[in-house]
Design a protein around this ligand. Structure first.
Ligand SMILES: *Cc1c(COP(=O)(O)O)cnc(C)c1O
Length: 522
């Protein structure tokens, strides 16, 4: 590390790699790659972008018995400094609007601008959940229409709209199963979860008070039906199965699994995070599913994270529908849509297990998802899943000669292509390829998941990438595989061109430093 730095600016943490003759700059910036200090390290005390009147003497500086001992340690920045700070930070981020985001299992598809336009209409954006129902009929209509589409697309009897993410939906589904078992006077304890499941599945089952038992995978990457059947018995509350599964493969035995589970009195939870691969083509209700969450932020193109929260409605079978949490919308015989709440739950809804959230869920996401569905129509949604699967298979077949594809021989994949580091030379790992991809200007794929494949690389292109875009990505991946085969040492230190090199990610996750403690902490 080198470079003299003016006050407030930290030296670049990008040490120059041996052999890459790049001189350090005085500022730490490199052309358009700008360094940025914490906001507390910028500006100076007392500086502000607005004029504030001195406080009146009549206002007490104390709040009850509490009196401030020192001035608040607020960063003092002028308006242009504040604007530059956040703009500089925003440029260090990678997002779906910058380039492909091939994170497997995440369905990072383009967020259509039409969705945003609809969600920003004041009639949707400015409503309040405590407004009288008469004044929000349009919003309730949006929720009801979306609910109707979700039920039709999945072939299910009912849908709980309020859960706020996939994992929250899993909890909602398992609480419905728990309520249904309670109603039967049974206290079944075991939930079976395949080894390849997303971590949220066993975590949710444990959180809901069940004991988790793992179901092994076959060498072809699917649920081992015989092993599952052996575990079935009167203690089994249900199974949680992902279809298509996290190896990117369809589970053709799901109907048989569901029948066997129902035969012993259990329920079938389907993790619907991968619904994008089958939407418009397969209805999970026809496969015997009792509950399934739908990540609106995956299949239905609403933003993940930064642009807005997620939403994880849960579709339910006839058997579980009576236990759905409050509140929900129904359409009465008069065609009017109303919100069913604690005070008007009425007949048929006495058994609702409680509620997942204070109000009815993520209105902004409902509006975006419905805009997406209506702009595609039923035929368009069918094409979405076809194109998503086609794109993933294009990647699978374009890379399988240079990267090991553990299930490549078992036929086409669904919407994501799975590779592993098995064929790479000794010492080169999945991590090296993922970090190299950052230098190539792509967000890395999902790495080391699913756990059933050692050194897994799970690539999900989604249908919104063009053939030219996929070809660029494939060319970069082939180049990285070539460098790996040539034992290119520089892969171990990639990324070389990112604002930061290799971070101690474990420490960052386990011991995040979230509070500015002044200069002594630096
Ligand atoms: C994304 C995902 C989840 C969790 O969904 P969130 O909305 O992130 O809570 C669960 N299972 C699978 C397979 C997923 O890909």
């Amino acid at each position: 590390m080198s470079g003299v730095n003016t006050a407030g600016w930290r030296p670049s943490m990008n040490e120059v790699a041996p052999g890459d003759m790049v001189p350090a700059t005085q500022s730490g910036d490199r052309a358009l790659m700008l360094e940025e200090a914490l906001i507390f390290e910028l500006g100076c005390e007392g500086q502000t972008g607005v004029d504030i009147e001195p406080a009146s003497k009549a206002v007490s500086p104390a709040l009850a018995k509490f009196r401030r001992k020192a001035a608040p340690a607020l960063p003092g920045l002028s308006e242009p400094e504040a604007v530059r700070h956040y703009t500089r930070l925003s440029r260090q981020n990678y997002g779906i609007d910058l380039g492909p985001f091939p994170l497997g299992s995440c369905t990072m598809k383009h967020n259509p601008r039409l969705n945003e336009k609809m969600a920003r209409l004041p009639g949707f954006a400015d409503v309040h959940p405590l407004q009288p129902q008469k004044t929000v009929e349009g919003a309730l209509e949006v929720i009801e229409q979306l609910a109707d589409w979700l039920m039709k697309l999945t072939g299910m009897a009912s849908v709980a709209m309020s859960p706020k993410a996939g994992a929250h939906g899993e909890l909602c589904g398992l609480l419905c199963i728990r309520a249904a078992l309670d109603a039967r006077g049974e206290s079944r304890e075991i939930v079976l979860v395949p080894e390849s499941a997303h971590g949220t599945n066993p975590a949710t089952a444990a959180f809901a008070g069940f004991k988790v038992q793992a179901i092994p995978a076959t060498p072809e990457g699917r649920v081992d039906l015989e092993a599952l059947k052996e575990k079935l018995g009167p203690d089994v509350a249900g199974v949680m199965i992902t279809n298509p599964n996290t190896c990117g493969l369809f589970e053709p035995d799901l109907k048989e699994i569901a029948d066997a589970v129902h035969e012993v009195g259990g329920y079938v939870y389907c993790d619907g995070a991968n619904f994008n691969a089958i939407v418009g083509r397969v209805r999970p209700g026809d496969l015997g599913v009792d509950a399934m969450h739908i990540n609106l932020h995956k299949t239905f193109s609403t933003p993940h994270g930064g642009g807005g929260p997620g939403a994880g409605p849960v579709v339910l079978s006839e058997a579980l529908a009576p236990y759905a949490p409050l509140p929900f919308v129904t359409r009465g015989e008069d065609g009017e849509v109303r919100l069913v709440e604690e005070e008007n739950r009425g007949e048929g809804h006495e058994r609702a297990f409680g509620r997942m959230v204070a109000f009815h869920g993520q209105m902004g996401m409902f509006t975006r998802a419905l805009a997406y569905i209506l702009s595609h129509g039923a035929d368009g949604l069918k094409q979405v899943s076809e194109d998503a699967v086609l794109n993933a298979n294009y990647i699978l077949r374009s890379l399988e000669d240079v990267l090991e594809a553990p299930f490549g021989k078992s036929g086409p994949c669904m919407h994501e292509a799975l590779f592993s580091d098995a064929g790479l030379p000794e010492g080169i790992s999945t991590l090296d390829i993922a970090k190299g991809l950052i230098d190539e200007g792509f967000h890395p794929m999902t790495v080391y998941f699913p756990l059933v494949v050692k050194g897994a690389m799970l690539i999900e292109p989604t249908e919104t990438e063009s053939k030219q875009g996929l070809d660029r990505f494939i060319a970069s991946m082939r180049n990285l595989a070539q460098r790996a085969r040539e034992q290119d040492e520089s892969l171990h230190t990639a990324p070389h061109f990112a604002p930061r090199r290799r971070l101690d990610e474990t420490r960052a996750a386990r011991k995040p430093v979230l509070v500015w403690k002044g200069d002594e902490a630096a």
